[in-house]
Design a protein around this ligand. Structure first.
Ligand code: ATP
Ligand code: MG
Length: 353
């Protein structure tokens, strides 16, 4: 949905979901360092939006502003969260949201249950209600056994679960998760994804930041890539993958003679003499793959290894943020997603002769 079709007030347009979060020309500088250079975010209610970007891109800064912890610069446009104007009614915004910061809010000196009850007090829940909510969340986050132990004894994954459970005490309809799975092992990360999906199934809106492109791919309806204070691209994972040049097939040989024969037979392929590999653009379809294998069969050659690479979010990230070398081989320049994004010129990708 083009962002221009959505108002900043949180009202639905043309039957679309209302906006849970909307920011226009969001700006923030620290001294003479410009961190956010007028970004626009329009996040429909009940969706997951991922903010991706390298270290220092301004993800936490955006989360802090939208959750009222710090102020945007004057000159920013309208900022609405949960239908409330941040500049006019920050208290109403606070009542509508939950925030799990990049760094844990868990108090290590008290137990998990005491942390939960502290949050219930902060939300002014009546004592009995606070105990009920705490018990229910501890159960839901698989922390019943650990509930009476000091949080200092929890593993990183348990602490992160407690952190999010604490965020949910006030039953917020919009939650900010700043790098919810950083430092978690793969199983804990998958558990956290299940928790986030559960929240979304309940109609909660989630704005998450992440360093893990796979995480954005798994969870997010829309993804924005922050780079140099601006949104370099925004779209669904599929839309973003389309802006980097395509996939390829790579064939590797151990026998130099077979490699040379294959290179001759397949003429137009990219050669990489050192690794005895050949590479060609491919959309990953069965048809293209079959055609290639048929050509090899025709000259009686078999590759020792065949890999099909389709573009992933890593490719998008590297292409848009210019932070390193991806695993892909794109060489062309892409055109935009629905937002009209263009790839910057500085693609830093492995190229093969
Ligand atoms: N209070 C502050 N004073 C001065 N500079 C700050 C302050 N907070 C953040 N910055 C700077 O703003 C930039 C953006 O920081 P931010 O924490 O938003 O990045 P981030 O995208 O969350 O990075 P990371 O992935 O490392 O968490 C960085 O250059 C940081 O040094
Ligand atoms: Mg951060």
């Amino acid at each position: 949905m083009p962002s221009s079709a959505m108002p900043a007030t949180g009202r639905p347009v043309d039957g679309h979901a209302p906006l849970a979060i909307s920011a226009t020309r969001l700006r923030k500088s620290y001294g003479d360092k410009l961190v956010l250079d007028g970004i626009d975010l329009h996040i429909p209610a009940g969706s997951v939006f991922a903010l991706l970007g390298p270290n220092g891109a301004g993800k936490t800064t955006a989360v802090k502003i939208l959750s009222t912890l710090i102020a945007a610069d004057p000159g920013s446009g309208a900022l609405h969260v949960g239908g409330h104007d941040l500049a006019v009614d920050p208290q109403a915004v606070r009542a509508a949201i939950g925030v799990t910061g990049q760094f844990s809010a868990v108090d290590n000196l008290i137990t998990g249950e005491e942390n939960m009850l502290l949050m219930a007090d902060l939300h002014h829940l009546p004592r009995r209600e606070g105990r009920r909510v705490a018990a229910e969340l501890l159960e839901r986050f698989d922390l019943v056994e650990a509930a009476s132990k000091p949080a200092s004894t929890y593993s990183g994954g348990m602490k992160r679960r407690l952190d999010i459970a604490m965020t949910l005490v006030g039953n917020p309809r919009i939650i900010f998760l700043d790098e919810p799975t950083t430092g978690l092992d793969p199983r804990s990360r998958h558990n956290m994804w299940a928790i986030i999906r559960g929240l979304v199934a309940d109609g909660v809106t989630v704005l998450l930041t992440t360093q893990y492109l796979e995480e954005a791919d798994e969870l997010a309806d829309r993804i924005a890539v922050l780079s140099d204070g601006r949104i370099a691209a925004e779209g669904s994972a599929e839309e973003l993958k389309r802006i980097v040049p395509g996939g390829h097939i790579r064939l590797r040989f151990t026998d130099p003679a077979a490699y040379r024969h294959a290179a001759l037979a397949l003429g137009e392929f990219g050669r990489h003499d050192e690794s005895l590999s050949l590479q060609a653009p491919c959309d990953g379809s069965q048809r293209e793959l079959r055609s290639l294998l048929d050509q090899l069969d025709a000259v009686g050659i078999e590759a020792d290894e065949l890999t099909v690479h389709t573009p992933d979010l890593d490719d998008v990230f590297f292409a848009l943020t210019g932070t390193g070398t991806g695993t892909g081989t794109g060489t062309g320049s892409g055109t935009g997603t629905g937002t009209g994004t263009r790839l910057p010129d500085q693609q830093t990708k492995e190229t093969v002769r």
